[in-house]
Design a protein around this ligand. Structure first.
Ligand code: GLU
Length: 478
């Protein structure tokens, strides 16, 4: 039996195998490794909702992987594929992700076994409110203990319903808005949360390309400019990542993969046009430019510099890993590369920027939103005009010097407008996110290059995360 024929581990086992690779390199006190690895609890709920004249029963989960810090944080997914193994794997990833990007949360995840496309909006609202009720009465939605967010199949809309339901159940809780993140801006959300995960993928790649030594490990050179990018999944994460990389970094999106096939073009695809086509036609089929390929899975094997799996877990497996041609894979989805595929790719020199780092932009901005909700004030509200007037002082002074001393200085066109304008919430959020992604990458690469036996960025990321969880357990006296 070759390595390619071995059975694929489950998602949960895959995450544990990755954890074990890292913990084997650490000298943890006996028992602590297991305490960190296992999921603390998983709650399963079955509830009925009266829809279209009959009662339909739904199954939902909320799993808490770690409470070393509270609240526990992580999205709620609506998909028919939701099951306990998946929710627990995703909750574990949340623990490591939050530790890596230093958001002060434990890890959790939730899911509802449902195909949201089968329901009308008002039906989804009823289902979401009922699910929220079931979770909130057990403190599995609570600003201090457990804070959900959007994930696959959910968005701002569901978060607004959840927050409202929680408020109805907790009328005197002044911090009720902080019970979920990813809410619309007009309902307690924060600017930049929708784009955050895709933006984080862009910042992660920008940081990676700042280190020629790391870029060389993938067999690449130069910057993001002109790099050929393949994106799987043009949902919220894939769309924003593809859009920002092509518009702002000069990358060429040469192939987009969706559920019904793929479209490719060596010259680069217009991400916005593809997105509108999917919104209008439900898929890529019939897209008028580029070449259509009916087998989307095969399209993952397209020759390119950077592959961005941004759809779901388990898409690069032992079966197709050897045929993946990308030099660099950045895991915008959670768990797109199985533990088996990970080894095959590492052996052939593919560099992987791992999920717990690559898609941490979402939870990072969720953290900013949670802080905003608890402080009850928009970021920048106190400082913006003060910052502007101090900048105005400098500009006035420069202009006075130039005039009085006849220095003949003139400010470059546009400088004054850009310099004088104080940062608004969106700029502050992007700046905080960029800083977070840079710092986390630097922590990972210090371990990758600086410690013996660390083979790749994933093991490095887990080491950084595990060590931070250990420190917080130590501080608690465990
Ligand atoms: N669902 C997202 C994730 O997997 C966001 C979680 C959050 O913002 O809490 O990271």
């Amino acid at each position: 039996m070759t390595r390619h024929d071995l059975p694929e581990p489950s998602f949960r086992d895959s995450v544990d195998l990755m954890f074990n690779r890292a913990s084997a390199l650490l000298d943890l006190p006996p028992g602590l490794e297991e305490k960190i690895r296992v999921c603390n609890s998983t709650y399963t709920v079955r509830f009925g909702v009266r829809l279209r004249g009959q009662i339909t029963t739904f199954t939902g989960y909320r799993s808490v992987h770690s409470e070393h810090m509270e609240p526990a944080k992580g999205g709620i997914r609506y998909s028919l594929g939701v099951n306990q193994d998946e929710v627990e794997a995703l909750a574990a990833l949340m623990t490591y992700k939050c530790a890596l990007v230093e958001t002060p949360f434990g890890g959790a995840k939730g899911g509802l076994c449902i195909d949201p496309r089968q329901y009308e909006e008002h039906e989804l609202e009823l289902i979401t409110r009922r699910f929220t009720y079931e979770l909130a009465k057990r403190d599995l939605i609570n600003p201090a203990q457990n804070v959900p967010a959007p994930d696959m199949g959910t968005s701002e809309r569901e978060m607004a319903w959840m927050a409202d339901q929680y408020k109805r159940m907790n009328t005197t809780d002044i911090n009720a808005s902080a019970c979920v993140t990813g809410k619309p801006v007009h309902a307690g959300g924060i600017a930049g949360r929708v784009e955050a995960t895709g933006r984080g993928v862009q910042y992660a790649l920008q940081e990676f390309f700042r280190y020629p030594e790391d870029v060389a490990k993938a067999g690449l050179t130069g910057t993001l400019d002109g790099k050929r990018v393949v994106v799987q999944g043009l949902g919220n994460v894939g769309y924003h990542a593809a859009k920002f990389l092509s518009l702002e970094d000069g990358a060429r999106v040469t192939c987009i993969i969706e559920h019904d096939g793929a479209v490719s073009s060596e010259a680069g695809l217009d991400v916005e046009a593809v997105k509108s086509w999917i919104a209008a036609h439900g898929g890529l089929t019939g897209y008028p430019s580029g070449t259509f390929h009916p087998d989307g899975r095969r399209a993952l094997e397209t020759d390119c510099d950077i592959l961005i799996p941004a759809a779901m877990e388990g898409v690069i497996t032992r079966e197709n890993a050897a045929r993946i041609k990308a030099a660099l894979i950045i895991e915008a989805a959670n768990g797109p590369v199985t533990a088996g595929a990970d080894e095959i790719l590492r052996d052939k020199g593919t560099v992987i920027i791992p999920d717990l780092y690559a898609n941490a932009g979402g939870v990072t901005v969720s953290y900013f939103e949670w802080v905003k909700n608890l402080s009850h004030i928009r970021f920048g509200r106190m400082q913006r005009r003060q910052e502007e007037s101090r900048h105005q002082l400098i500009v006035n002074e420069l202009e006075r010097l130039s005039r009085d001393k006849e220095l003949g200085w003139t400010l470059s066109p546009g400088f004054k407008e850009r310099y004088l304008r104080g940062a608004d919430e969106l700029e502050l959020v992007r700046s905080g996110l960029d800083d977070t992604m840079r710092s986390a990458y630097q922590a990972m690469r210090a371990v990758w290059h600086g410690r013996k036996g660390v083979p790749d960025l994933r093991v490095a990321a887990y080491i950084v995360a595990i060590e931070r969880v250990v420190s917080s357990y130590r501080a608690k006296g465990l």
